[in-house]
Structures are given as C-alpha cells and as structure tokens.
Design a binder for this molecule. Structure first.
Ligand SMILES: Cc1cc2nc3c(=O)[nH]c(=O)nc-3n(C[C@H](O)[C@H](O)[C@H](O)COP(=O)(O)O)c2cc1C
Length: 211
C-alpha cells in the first residue's frame, strides 16, 4: 500500500520535470545562405529562454523526389514540437518551390490537425528593399492558420536597426545578392538582431501558452 503511494509521488515529479521543457523547431529552405543565417540567429535567441530545446531543420532540394518532398523524421520531430517557425527566401513574391514542397507534404499533419495550438512564426529574406516579401509571410501565416496554429508576430518597433524594414507579421531580412557567386552570404546586423529577438519572443510566448 505504502509502496503504491511512493510510486505515484515519483511519477508526479518526473512528469512535472518533463512538462517544463518546451521544444521550438525552425524549419526553412535557403538557396544561397541568407535565410540560413536568419534561422541560426532565431535559434540563438530562442536558446536564451530557459528550458527551451531548439531544433533546426533545413529543407533541401535533394530531399525532393518527383516534385514531392518527404522526410518522416523531420515531420515526426515537428509533430513533437510546441512551436514551429517557418522560413523561406522570397522567390517571385512568394515562398521558394522547395519550401512549398515541404508545406504540401506537411498537409499529412493537417488532416489530423496534429499541429493544432502549436505556436507559429515566419521569416523571409530577399534581395530588393520590398521584393514583395510580404507575399511570403502571408503564405506562411495562411499555412499556419490552416494547421490551426497560433501565429506570433514580430513584436519589435522599427528602431535602432531592429525591424528596419518595418515588418510586423514576421521577420524580414534583405541584402543585395552577390552575383559573382564568390562571396559568402552575410546578414544585415539589424536583420540579424531582429531574427534573434523574434526567436526569443516565440520561445517566451510558447512558455506562456503552455503554462
Ligand atoms: C528564383 C528566384 C526568385 C527570386 N525572387 C525574388 C523576389 O521576388 N523578390 C526579391 O526581392 N528577391 C528575389 N530573389 C532574390 C532572393 O530572394 C535573395 O537572393 C535571397 O537573399 C535568397 O535567400 P537565400 O540566400 O536564403 O537563398 C529571387 C531569387 C531567386 C533565385
């Protein structure tokens, strides 16, 4: 009888410890490295929040066969996450085809609403000052809405280099590409900081939401 009570107490303590950890996943495509740098900055920001496990998944063209993306491990990891942040460069005013292939495959999670009530956010990078980046963020937010996720906006005013592009739906980065193809990708310092703060914001919001 006493043994039974003790066992219950132990189980409760283990259960509490596991529940305090939240998992934030960042899933993105990057052709020439800028969106990748934003993903890294976001991860750095999210890692500042205690008891947050941060995971990064890069979608690549090699993962796509016959026009279809599939990776069961990544999908399962996303299913187990408390928050998912989506990132894509802006191609022709919308998400890159490689990232759209991922989005389409993840409709398998939509059928069962496996991502319902997870927190969501989005970021993009492009070459032109506008470049129609908003089209990409809207498309990422609509995808999150279809999954019944909770969208977190950027949350930073346009000041001191942070949110210099004035984006509130998600984080935008911009730089002129190196057409020679010889220079490594670089992020504007303000865009980098914007992504870092966004990661921290979403990680904090996830904690509050899960409380
Ligand atoms: C197919 C293609 C379409 C693009 N379309 C746009 C666009 O609509 N607007 C823009 O500003 N830049 C556009 N760009 C430039 C990219 O958005 C820019 O180089 C971005 O930094 C790429 O991000 P990445 O380094 O993560 O791949 C395009 C680039 C490619 C390859």
């Amino acid at each position: 009888m006493n043994d039974g009570i003790l066992l219950n107490v132990e189980f409760y303590i283990v259960g509490t410890a596991v529940n305090t950890m939240t998992i934030l996943s960042i899933v993105y495509f990057s052709g020439s490295g800028h969106t990748h740098l934003m993903a890294e900055a976001l991860a750095e920001g999210a890692s500042k929040v205690a008891d947050t496990k941060v995971q990064i998944f890069r979608i690549t063209g090699e993962q796509i066969h016959n026009g279809r993306w599939h990776n069961a491990e990544i999908l399962e990891a996303l299913n187990q996450s408390d928050a998912i942040v989506f990132g894509s460069p802006t191609y022709m005013g919308g998400v890159a085809a490689q990232f759209k292939a991922f989005i389409d495959c993840a409709s398998s999670a939509w059928f069962q609403q496996l991502w319902k009530d997870k927190l969501a956010g989005g970021f993009t990078h492009s070459a032109s000052p506008s470049g129609d980046k908003h089209g990409t963020l809207i498309s990422l937010a609509i995808n999150a809405a279809q999954h019944s996720m909770i969208w977190v906006g950027a949350g930073e005013m346009n000041q001191n280099g942070v949110n210099r592009l004035g984006s509130y739906m998600g984080v935008m980065g911009q730089s002129i590409p190196d057409f020679s193809g010889t220079k490594a990708a670089e992020l504007d310092a303000g865009d980098r900081l914007s992504a870092e703060l966004y990661g921290e914001r979403i990680a904090n919001a996830t904690k509050k939401w899960n409380n």
